[in-house]
Design a protein around this ligand. Structure first.
Ligand code: APR
Length: 238
């Protein structure tokens, strides 16, 4: 599977992973596009927006509460665990679009959450923010200041946390190998990270059962699932 780039892997020092919903699919967490892209016949792309939230906060919170339950009971799969194990052999950084915390749960220590986290909650008005794992007693949940609380995640049209994004670009610019796993690469700016890496002569590997917008730019595109491929990749370092 990795024969064509085996020699490039030999002297790899820094590996950056860019991961998306696909890496958590085998942990039972639905992806956003394709067959999983609907929730109660709502296009999740439309729910994950600031307009949908202000239009119907109760509905968006129903979706997020269901996602919270699903995510809190999910376990990391062999793909997450392989990335965590790789830290024994190389300098590894994970740039994830996922908000499920499964990379950290698997033991990865250098994880940048580009789109926020499902446990982080913030007030829509005051500067209250906290990590909340328990269920809310009301929908929509209210802040002590009386205003509605919201998930502290990046919705379409919102900018990423600037410090996180600048840090992510820096890692993408300074890696020998970038492995893009389980993402359709349709959402910006996360989908520009492989371009930064390529401009700095990194080797690009894509792990995805399907083609993506950048498959032709990859040095190696592996058409299989992450839980299967990543353990095999890590075995190259043992
Ligand atoms: N292993 C690897 N890849 C997989 C697997 C798997 N087992 N199952 C599905 N995939 C791939 C799909 O082929 C698809 O290319 O994962 C990708 C998932 O793509 P999306 O559903 O678009 O998810 P993602 O790319 O993470 O979306 C980016 O969009 O909805 C917003 O903010 C949200 O972070 C999300 C962003």
């Amino acid at each position: 599977m990795f024969e064509s780039i085996k020699n490039q892997i030999g002297n790899v020092k820094k590996i950056v992973f860019v991961t998306g919903a696909g890496i958590s699919q085998e942990s039972g967490i639905p992806t956003f596009r394709g067959k999983d892209g609907l929730w109660r016949n709502n296009d999740v792309m439309k729910l994950a927006t600031i307009d949908a939230f202000y239009d119907d906060p109760k509905l968006v919170w129903e979706w997020y509460n269901e996602r919270r339950h699903n995510i809190f009971s999910a376990e990391p799969n062999q793909g997450h665990k392989a990335i965590a194990e790789l830290e024994k052999f190389a300098d590894v950084v994970v740039l994830t679009q996922n908000i499920d915390g499964l990379h950290q749960k698997a033991g990865s220590r250098n994880v940048l959450e580009l789109h926020g986290s499902i446990v982080k909650i913030k007030c829509t008005v005051c500067d209250f923010n906290d990590e909340i794992m328990v269920d809310f007693s009301e929908n929509p949940p209210l802040c002590k200041c009386g205003n509605i609380l919201r998930p502290d995640v990046v919705w379409f049209g919102e900018s990423l946390p600037q410090d996180v994004w600048q840090n992510a670009i820096n890692h993408a610019n300074h890696c020998d190998l970038m492995i893009i796993v389980g993402t359709s690469l349709v959402v910006s700016p996360a989908n520009t990270l492989p371009i930064y890496a390529k401009q700095n002569n990194a080797t690009l590997i894509e792990i995805n059962p399907e083609n993506t917008e950048m498959s032709l730019d990859m040095d190696l595109a592996i058409r299989d699932t992450s839980a299967k491929v990543l353990p095999e990749f890590v075995s190259l370092f043992k």
